[in-house]
Design a protein around this ligand. Sequence first.
Ligand SMILES: Cc1cn([C@H]2C[C@H](O)[C@@H](COP(=O)(O)OP(=O)(O)OP(=O)(O)O)O2)c(=O)[nH]c1=O
Length: 194
Amino acid sequence: MAFELILASGSPRRKMLLEQAGYTFQVEVSDVPEPEPEPGVPAEEYVTTLAWRKARAVALRRGRGWILGADTTCTVDGVCLNKPVDRADAERMIRLQEGREVPVMTGICLYHAETHQWLGAVERSWCRFRTLSDSERTAYLDSLAWRGKAGAYGLQDNDPIVSLVSGSWSNVVGLPLERFQTLWAWANALSQRG
Ligand SMILES: Cc1cn([C@H]2C[C@H](O)[C@@H](COP(=O)(O)OP(=O)(O)OP(=O)(O)O)O2)c(=O)[nH]c1=O
């Protein structure tokens, strides 16, 4: 028997990934605040904490089912690059990443609304950002393709400015499907045990 799954996310990429992987689920956006990490907080801890908060917020509202929260960030020299707030912020992020290999982390949390049991995981992949000419950078910023995406880019957009070097593709795009599959199997086993 499959248990109820709710995706606590407004990310169209997370919904797409979960649908393409064949899961049946509903969507309810958490809308929890996403403050920048405190100095010294490792990116892994930051994304897993936010994933937990997103899942828990929806769990407390709904009161039943398994709730999936996730959070994605890119890091450069330990600094998290989240979703750019505007064009200048996107440019700052792109300049920081150009010519470098950048780790991308997604934390996920499955939170059971009835028992308050939860399972968490974090995945890391590496992307390479090409060095851009001034006109390429301007054209990219003009395209607005950076909007709503951590690190100001979308690997799924197949733009040659970014390529996957190692690790999971789905992790970069917002949901590490391999990790999720394992957590979901655990969640189902927990629910079956009662
Ligand atoms: C690095 C990268 C991120 N992203 C996206 C995935 C996430 O939607 C977003 C990171 O922001 P998040 O804060 O993780 O997620 P979100 O605000 O979009 O959705 P919610 O909090 O409701 O779950 O960046 C891509 O689509 N492609 C990429 O290559």
